[in-house]
Design a protein around this ligand. Structure first.
Ligand SMILES: *Cc1c(COP(=O)(O)O)cnc(C)c1O
Length: 392
């Protein structure tokens, strides 16, 4: 790791050049590596050096560049790149847990994260306690001596509720539990999760890191011991590694990550301000607005409100659908952090599976729209949203 500032790291950290001195990061599109001799093959299987690779499922020079770049950005000793965000979440949890272990998790989770905690881990005898992530008393009551890990999304999907990383980390560390944070909504640019106490930080790189909606990917950042001794054996033997081609896409995405996240967050604040107070909306949720109940925490934790705005169309589902269908610039889809603005109706898509009472508990109302602010001009986006509200 170097002491470069963020933008320099995003362009140069972790770069490896072949004997040709290529400028652009090379894609090593190879499953394996030839050894000089039988003896060197044996030696590499005993212990692979820093620049020695065996098989792409175990590691690859292009993937290694991406891992070093993101670890440098996040401020962790190491990172492991995975085939998707879900491979990262699953690996981060499953690699360290065994039957009988206890985990505490926030309840407001991305649907697939909920599936891993609720359905997969419990099937193998892990005990999971769910809490309201914003309620520190619930965390204090649920985390007990022997709790192995706590897991939460630092900003929840789709209602943009924050979990206080510093406070929950203190509660967890008091009993020796590992703090695993899914930090997608916060983005690596606004993340200070490690500084605030997180031990392991997980990203779906499908979102802001790619930033152009091209490839699925994920990454787990943590200490060298956790990444190489706990996570890597699990990932490399169960087949969840990132492909070299995807690593190359993510490496290229990183060069512009800071510029993109800041531009999107700046537009998101403008969009939220333009929507706030509109009588057709019963709520406008954006942590960067002073009206957000956790505005102070958002500023302390991320220094930004992030790149998503969520709002509730008071007239309900049919009106929300008319609004979405009237959008001319923003697309109806379910990714986020893309250059293209995206409107999502969580109740009927990403969170459709949840029971009505769970939706109600999580604030996923029939009129709720999650809006991922892209790189278009903010004034054009505001005009698009306003005209769609008028047509609704
Ligand atoms: C998208 C997302 C994931 C899953 O990532 P994939 O790349 O789709 O597998 C996990 N957590 C959060 C918060 C997400 O937004």
């Amino acid at each position: 790791m170097t002491d470069w500032k963020t933008r320099t790291k995003l362009v140069h950290e972790g770069s490896r050049r072949s004997q040709y001195g290529e400028m652009a990061e090379a894609i090593f599109l190879t499953q394996g590596f030839a050894y000089e001799s039988a003896e060197s093959a044996e030696a590499r299987f005993v212990k692979a050096g820093d620049d020695e690779f065996i098989y792409a499922r175990y590691g690859n020079p292009t993937t290694r560049m991406f891992e070093e770049r993101i670890a440098g950005l996040e401020g962790t000793e190491d990172a492991f790149a995975t085939a998707s965000g879900m491979a990262a979440v699953n690996g981060a949890l499953t690699s360290m847990l065994r039957a009988g272990d206890h985990v505490v998790s926030s309840r407001a989770l991305f649907g697939s994260c909920l599936y891993i905690l609720e359905e997969v881990l419990t099937r193998y005898g892990v005990k999971v306690t769910f809490v309201d992530g914003a309620d520190l008393d619930q965390w204090r009551a649920a985390v007990v001596p022997g709790t192995k890990a706590v897991f939460f999304e630092s900003m929840s999907n789709p209602t943009l509720e924050l979990v206080d990383i510093r406070a929950v980390s203190e509660i967890a560390h008091a009993v020796g539990a590992l703090v695993i944070v899914d930090n997608v909504f916060a983005t690596p640019i606004f993340s200070r999760a490690v500084e605030q106490g997180a031990d392991v930080v997980v990203y779906s790189t499908t979102k802001h890191i790619d930033g152009q909606g091209r490839a699925l990917g994920g990454v787990v950042c943590g200490t060298k011991d956790y990444i190489r001794k706990v996570l890597e054996p699990y990932m490399k033997h169960t087949g969840g590694s990132m492909s070299p081609f995807t690593s190359w896409i993510m490496l290229n995405g990183m060069a512009t990550l800071d510029l993109r996240c800041r531009a999107m967050a700046e537009s998101a604040l403008k969009v939220a301000r333009a929507l706030e107070g509109d009588a057709r909306l019963s709520r406008v949720i954006y942590p960067g607005l002073e009206s957000h109940p956790q505005h102070a925490l958002a500023m302390a934790q991320m220094g930004s409100g992030g790149t998503l705005v969520t709002f509730d169309i008071a007239a309900g589902k049919e009106a929300a659908f008319r609004f979405m269908n009237a959008l001319e610039i923003a697309k109806i889809s379910n990714n986020l952090g893309d250059a293209k603005s995206i409107a999502t109706h969580p109740a009927t898509t990403t969170h459709q599976r949840l029971a009505p009472e769970v939706k109600a508990q999580l604030g996923i109302t029939p009129g709720l729209i999650r809006f991922s602010v892209g790189l278009e001009d903010a004034d054009d986006l505001i005009a698009d949203l306003k005209q769609a509200l008028d047509k609704m």
